[in-house]
Design a protein around this ligand. Structure first.
Ligand SMILES: O=c1[nH]cc([C@@H]2O[C@H](COP(=O)(O)O)[C@@H](O)[C@H]2O)c(=O)[nH]1
Length: 312
């Protein structure tokens, strides 16, 4: 446990869980500030935490507030981040030292949340979708740090696959290069966030959470530096919504090209445009898939905590 009270503040719920070795699930905060509008972001963050509790684990939403790492947020802190939205620093691994040193507020992305979760000893982390290799990344080099962090931080990340706004085959190639084990839960095809189907077969798929728990136990026993990425298909398979989201993705990508946005602005812009163009349907699906991931992640954390062959 990271005991430096100077830099790290734990919520009471998280402190108790850590001291009693209860299963914990880390949650990111960029999804709250940059991934969704207010008030849906606040409602979703609270719901995700409830789903984690209902499934037998303790939620630890991670963010940086006035230069301190918070592991577990109180309601007013969640409200603060939700309302400040995109004016909060989008903090990926490269930004951590700046945001901490300047005593800023930072919403942690998948990469920074992984770094912090690992540091405080939380092996499971639930999110919606990870960042990836953007379309055209062979020219722009726009590849999310999330993929690199997965290669060097041994945390089990539960997501709904990789968004179709990204280049999915390239994303999987980069993960392979980084030595990341990617496993799809419950189907053969790798899921594409809004869509259960991507047309791309998974390198590894399993049907039981016990298999994933055992894989992560091996990862930890071998002391690997890489993480385990678990892809959980979105539960709703509605052809009509899928078609509308597919069209919206095309339109949003064309707008992106015209606007010439780059770097950390790309993902929030696309998510917002797709939500606008689908009249909020993509946002509803986004919320559904995160809640589903939260249930799966909490069950997995609980299962893992009951193993007799692990120490963490
Ligand atoms: O559906 C979502 N996917 C991803 C993100 C966030 O976007 C980050 C990736 O950003 P970039 O593509 O700039 O690396 C992820 O780590 C995550 O925090 C999000 O808010 N919503």
């Amino acid at each position: 446990m990271w005991t430096s009270g100077e830099d790290c503040v734990y919520s009471n719920e998280v402190i108790t869980a850590l001291s009693q070795s209860k299963p914990l699930v880390a949650l990111e905060s960029t999804i709250i500030s940059h991934g969704m509008p207010y008030p849906e972001n606040l409602q979703t963050a609270l719901q995700v935490e409830s789903v984690v509790r209902e499934n037998g684990a303790v939620p630890a939403t991670i963010a940086i507030l006035q230069g301190k790492v918070h592991v577990g947020l109180e309601r007013e802190e969640l409200e603060h981040l939700s309302k400040k939205g995109k004016s909060v620093w989008k903090c990926s691994t490269r930004d951590l030292v700046y945001v901490l040193a300047q005593r800023l507020d930072g919403a942690t992305t998948v990469s920074a949340t992984m770094v912090i979760a690992h540091r405080v000893g939380i092996p499971f982390f639930v999110t919606g979708g990870i960042g990836g290799a953007h379309r055209g990344s062979e020219r722009t080099f726009d590849i999310s740090t999330d993929l690199i962090e997965l290669g060097r931080t041994p945390v089990c990340v539960i997501c709904a696959g990789v968004k179709a706004i990204l280049d999915i085959p390239k994303t999987l190639e980069v993960l392979e290069t980084q030595g990341v084990t990617v496993v799809t839960y419950g189907q053969e095809e790798f899921p594409a966030f809004y869509f259960a189907s991507s047309g791309i077969p998974s390198h590894i798929h399993v049907d039981k959470l016990e298999d994933i728990s055992r894989m992560f136990a091996v990862n930890r026993r071998w002391n690997l530096s890489s993480g385990l990425l678990v892809a959980v298909p979105v539960p709703r398979k509605d052809k009509d919504i899928s078609d509308r989201i597919q069209n919206a993705i095309q339109e949003a990508l064309e707008e992106l090209q015209r606007k010439q946005l780059t770097g950390e602005q790309v993902t929030p812009f696309l998510l917002q445009r797709i939500a606008d163009l689908t009249g909020g349907d993509s946002l509803k699906l986004n919320i559904e898939l995160i809640l589903n991931n939260a249930a799966v992640g909490a069950q997995l954390a609980k299962l893992y905590a009951s193993r007799s062959d692990t120490s963490s």
